[in-house]
Design a protein around this ligand. Structure first.
Ligand code: 6R9
Length: 711
């Protein structure tokens, strides 16, 4: 183990940088919780803070688990015997589908569980009551078991857009203990194929088409690519289950493959009114996989548990989203990401509320759309990302005022939010009446890590707040010294303790799990004591004197584009599949809407010359391997990459170039003479395209300086 840990430090661990540490962080003022909010809040009594202090850990999390219905109570709240593979609520048994569906039938069968809002505004909303959801989940579970032959522990890949059939499929899997792995619909077929292969899925659940930006996209075409890509990696997909956007009408031009592809609406006629008993699952049984990008290698399948995860998302939905059963809750994220799993599907449904599923993009057909939806449906809890807020602010700053919806609380998640963007969200979207929670967390963590409690703790623009209930963050420097709060210094934010939402492992790669998240600050690899295993989140952060954290962004080679984690290595590997390309390096460019966008630098093999055709090939390769979301803003074909004497590409030098920032000291490069040529080439082209950036903040400049390991 000790050797593994050592290797990991060279392998995937991250480094904070002097540059980040040197930045001066301006403090923002507080905003108190809005009047009236606290009185109705689920967390309105400050005594709740006392219930989650460290001396009460881990038993404090009973309060979250008690929100669920258990078939069998647990014996051990936290079992650390296989550290750092923490086990929560050991001995307990429950079913996630039962908790999100069946148990609400008694009290509120006819209440809407889901409201589906199609992207086309003249298409009617579809409300799915808890009773209807129950019927649909049961029927689809019967199909999965009897037609697809799936059983407990099998993995099934879903590549579904934002439609009610997606939570139906997830909950049907959960009913039988089948592990679902939903891949964001915007990812390419090839990307889905890699995830099918990695998870060992023999069934793919998909849809013929869906609306995005006003167009009905052909989605089934990706299923064929996915099956082919998985096949190349030795994974056969026997069955592709195709939901239809409009039953009885096929909305794709891609032929169905005989004996492999089936229309779900046709199959379901055989399962009408069938009921499937929810299985009593151990709390520690895996519920789902969610793939995410990291520093090295392929995306990793984060494995989440049944009991710990569901308790955690129910508890945080209750206290941080302030969900009451009679609220109408709308999270505009995509269920294809962890935010959607935890805070569109599992958390809200476990609490028996109404959760809105919106098919489309927020600004289609115009920037008033979200506010029209909110008004029509009576949405009172709203949840979105800084990218959406920036976009809506840019294209429709005055739109919210035109609609008399009424939000009591709003969330921002996925990226740091600039204080001025926060203030527009607060003043214009929330009309000065709604509490904002800036929730910081990761795919790996299942639920929130840092946030204010909306009824109790004041907000501070740009800071997520303190660690959430029962989560104790700490910032370490490179030498494992604690960076004291109020010191103004940045470092690596870690969580000192396990919490129920923490993922269990990386699917099939337990060593990588330990190496990536624990090796760097582990105090003793043999220890069974959780105090010895701080969890490395992979973000840089500063802690103010008041204990509020300001998250600065990833400190690994991940570029956060519109809240989505893209691994530079994945982008570069895609570019390297193009025959002409010799070397590739992806760097972040600061963008006023999407936070960061990607620019790709490539150099060509001898004998090839730069041309728009090569550029197009690189763009297509990235779109094919990852998806449209990863499309670089620019591809620069350069004569040579700036390199260290040992031949490693200096990503921070080209990152500075793309952002018109100072390249810093380049005298130690093996080829400093190439830097000026690249600068002229790139910056003159960008100026010609009107892409010269605004003046960057000190923090942004620091981030660029810190960017990129050399390889
Ligand atoms: C939930 C989710 C995780 C990364 C994370 C961090 C960034 C998320 C944030 C935030 C600042 C917030 N991030 N929430 N940064 N403030 N409120 O987004 O998961 O897709 O895995 O991304 O997103 O950098 O490390 P995931």
């Amino acid at each position: 183990m000790a050797d593994d840990l050592q290797d990991a430090n060279e392998d995937e661990a991250v480094e904070s940088s002097e540059a980040l540490i040197a930045v001066h962080w301006r403090e923002e003022g507080y905003y108190p919780p809005p009047p009236g909010f606290a009185a109705q809040a689920n967390a309105s009594d400050p005594a709740i803070l006392e219930q989650f202090t460290e001396d009460k850990f881990p038993e404090c999390f009973r309060a979250y688990a008690d929100l669920l219905t258990w078939y069998k109570p647990w014996d051990t709240t936290l079992d650390t015997s296989t550290a750092p593979f923490w086990k929560w609520f050991v001995g307990g048994e429950l079913n996630a589908s039962y908790n999100c569906v069946d148990r609400h039938l008694e009290t509120q069968p006819n209440k809407a569980a889901l409201i589906f809002v199609p992207e086309l505004e003249d298409e009617a909303d579809v409300a799915v009551t808890y009773r209807e959801l129950y019927a649909r989940v049961n029927e689809f579970a019967a199909l999965l078991r009897d037609f697809a032959g799936l059983k407990t522990g099998d993995r099934v890949t879903l590549h579904m857009p934002m439609v009610p059939e997606l939570p139906v499929a997830m909950l049907a899997c959960a009913r039988l203990g089948i592990i679902h792995s939903q891949v964001f619909a915007g990812f390419s077929g090839t990307a889905a194929g890699h995830r099918i292969a990695d998870s060992g899925s023999s069934v793919l659940i998909t849809m013929d088409g869906y609306y995005r930006g006003g167009a009905l996209l052909d989605h089934k075409v990706k299923a064929d690519e996915a099956v082919e890509a998985a096949g190349k990696e030795g994974q056969t997909v026997d069955k592709v289950l195709v939901f239809r956007r409009y039953p009885d009408k096929y909305s794709s031009k891609t032929p169905m493959v005989d004996g492999r592809d089936f229309f779900v609406d046709e199959l379901l006629t055989d399962y009408k009114d069938q009921l499937v008993e929810p299985l009593s699952m151990p709390a520690t049984a895996p519920l789902f996989l969610m793939y995410t990008s990291g520093t090295t290698g392929r995306p990793k399948g984060c494995q989440h548990s049944t009991g710990g995860y569901l308790s955690y998302v129910a508890g945080t939905s209750k206290y941080y989203q302030d969900i009451h059963p009679n609220d109408t809750y709308w999270c505009m994220a995509d269920i294809g990401w962890i935010t959607g799993h935890s805070y569109i599907v599992y958390g809200p449904l476990a609490l028996g509320t109404t959760t809105v599923i919106f098919e489309g993009v927020p600004n289609y057909p115009d920037a008033g759309r979200p506010w029209r939806i909110a008004r029509r449906l009576g949405v009172n809890i709203f949840h979105t990302s800084p990218t959406s807020i920036r976009m809506l602010r840019k294209v429709g700053p005055d739109e919210p005022a035109k609609y008399d919806y009424d939000f009591k609380t709003m969330t921002t998640v996925g990226e740091p939010i600039e204080p001025e963007v926060w203030r527009w969200y607060y003043e214009s979207v929330g009309k000065g009446k709604a509490a904002i929670t800036d929730t910081w967390w990761l795919t790996e963590t299942g639920g929130f890590l840092g946030s204010t409690l909306p009824g109790l703790q004041p907000m501070k623009p740009g800071s997520c707040g303190p660690g959430v209930l029962g989560v104790y963050p700490v910032i370490y420097d490179e030498d494992s010294n604690e960076v004291p709060k109020g010191s103004g210094k940045a470092g690596n934010i870690c969580i000192r303790n396990p919490w129920p939402g923490i993922f269990q492992t990386i699917w099939g790669q337990p060593e990588r799990f330990v190496n990536t998240y624990y090796a760097k600050y582990n105090k003793n690899p043999e220890s069974k004591d959780w105090h010895d295993w701080p969890f490395l989140c992979g973000d840089g952060a500063v802690e103010a004197a008041d204990g509020y954290f300001r998250i600065l962004g990833r400190i690994d080679d991940v570029i956060n584009v519109a809240g989505h984690r893209l691994g530079t290595k994945e982008l570069e590997s895609a570019a390297l599949t193009v025959d002409e390309v010799a070397e590739a390096a992806a760097v972040p460019v600061i963008d006023d809407i999407r936070g960061r966008v990607v620019e790709m630098y490539v150099s060509l093999k001898p004998g090839f010359t730069a041309s728009p055709a090569v550029e197009e090939k690189v763009r297509n390769a990235i779109e094919k391997d990852i998806g449209k979301i990863a499309r670089p803003k620019n591809i620069w074909i350069v004569p040579d990459m700036p390199k260290t004497r040992s031949g490693k590409i200096m990503r921070r030098v080209i990152a500075a170039t793309s952002n018109f920032a100072d390249t810093g000291d380049i005298t130690t490069l093996a080829n400093p003479e190439v830097v000026e040529g690249i600068r002229q080439q790139v910056q003159s082209a960008k100026v010609a395209k009107g892409e010269a950036p605004r003046e960057l903040s000190e923090a942004e400049l620091a981030e660029l300086k810190a960017f990129g390991s050399e390889s």
